[in-house]
Design a binder for this molecule. Sequence first.
Ligand code: ADP
Ligand code: MG
Length: 288
Amino acid sequence: MEELNGLLTKLKMDHLEAQMDTLCEQAAQRELDYQSFLVEALRAEWQGRSQRGIEARLRLARFPWVKTLEQFDFDFQPSLDHRQVRELAGMSFVERAHNVVVLGPPGVGKTHLAVALGVKAVEAGHSVLFHTLETLMTRLTRAQRENRLEVTLKQLTYPRLLILDELGYLPLSQTEASLFFRLVVRRYERGSLIVTSNKSFLDWGEVFNDHVLATAILDRLLHHSTTLNIKGESYRLKEKRRAGLLGRAKPAEQARPDGREDTDPAGPDGRDGRDVMELVEGLDDAQT
Ligand code: ADP
Ligand code: MG
């Protein structure tokens, strides 16, 4: 009907306009009353819009790749509390501007979990932005050099969830560390952060080249937060092993060669066989 289409165009109800014929046919078949038909029609428009919103927010989030929680094999990582992750997936941490820190050695799924929680946030209607520490630092230092740090800090405070991946691989200069601190201060109790790191909290002093600053950062980051400490073995390594490229798996609880206990409860126990890990990481990264 021409008038109907005109009205739907004016009201910008493109999804309903596209589905109108089908909806009318179905309504006739199912003998829907007026009210039920209206519900069906408005729902079609609403679903189309929210799907479009999800797609737009997914693009804006700039994830390196998209993986979901459903794709995560929790049986492979017994040190990870499945319930805790499910709780986080409920997104109340984002609504309360709380933070999540994911610690663990390479390949255990830190980025996967961070992205998967980011996808849940997008689906729940939140704005999300993903940065590696490296791209974040490039962006912040460039902004500072070009005298527009304030604008950039505002842009980085806007997303409800900011994911900062790979803290600890590269040590930060004094300038970078203080820029990071400013960002954390800006977002504190305003917006959530997910930070992933291969370094235990005890080593963050070295990462930031400044123990006082590291303490100030941790103080704000951890005030309202959940830490997921993954202690298992690399998932990438498992796949290599299965393909017969490596020897047998080392038992996870194997004592450290220097006979010391791991004293840091939040310390990723990735020291054993780190050299092998790095080798395989390099191999794997070259392939993917
Ligand atoms: P990390 O960031 O800790 O180095 P990633 O998240 O990049 O590790 O994981 C490495 C690869 O292994 C990714 O392709 C990821 O999807 C996959 N992966 C890791 N852990 C799991 C898991 N428990 N279940 C399914 N896939 C996993
Ligand atoms: Mg990673």
